[in-house]
Unconditional design. Sequence first.
Length: 319
Amino acid sequence: MINIQENIILAPYTTFRIGGSARYFVEVENGEDLAEAIAFANEKNISFFILGGGSNVLVSDNGFNGLVIRINSQLFLPHNFSIGCGAGLSLAKVVRESMEREFSGLEWAIGIPGTIGGAIRGNAGAFGGEIAKAIKAVNFIDTEDLYEELGGKKAVKIQTFAKELCEFGYRTSIFKQNKNLIILSASFVFDKGSKLEVEKITQGIIEKRRSNYPQGVGSAGSFFINPVVSNLELIKKFEEDSGAKSRESKIPAGWLINEVDLRGKKMGGAMISEEHANFIVNTGSAKAEDVVMLASFVKQQVRDKLGVELREEVQYVGF
């Protein structure tokens, strides 16, 4: 039996540390729990929201007038050069455990918060890597096709997509495009790596994060998706300034925001990070409204001054 709670404040469940209460809240461990929670939402005729580690989300100050389902499955099954993971398992644990086993493939993810489910849904990535590269298969349920008959009994229908069917793209997947598909677990495959080499790579990434990313403050991670830019002069300027090549005509959102001189810009308790301009941080008293207003201002400035449309990577909940 699942334990449905009422009026649970969501701010502590998010890395932004912002947000009001969920009308209903439940933690689930497996497919049966998840199906029961969805049935509850359907009976109440309310919407539901799937919450993982709480990164990449901004919850409204008014909360969420429905059911928040927190995926908490901690399945961890290493075998040879693969690991089976529950959707609620922290990405940090999988990175750490793969390193201990001298597996190579997730070094780029060191220091990224959140869960396996959320990372797969948004095809998380950094420093040229992305979660899709290590995925073998993803297990999920379809909320419009919850049950099947097995041995004359009703059972939760758990489906599997091989990597090729997951429609991974830049910060997206079939699970992000189709809200009815909810990730339960996944299997990863790795290359054999030298522990010394893996540690060398991850240490370099840790140092980059410490020097270039905000530490010790609430944030949702990278706020905007790096946009594809058609202005060749702007691409040339980025490459000259940064010494890096544009990948597929994309320019980092942080560089664009810095280009319009918004680093350190504040609205209420929300601020554009001094360390990295694509991070909006909670200085301690930020409201969701502050973040939304600041994000809107950033988009308007980048559009008007550089002709580039920014889109949020962060998901708004309860707005």
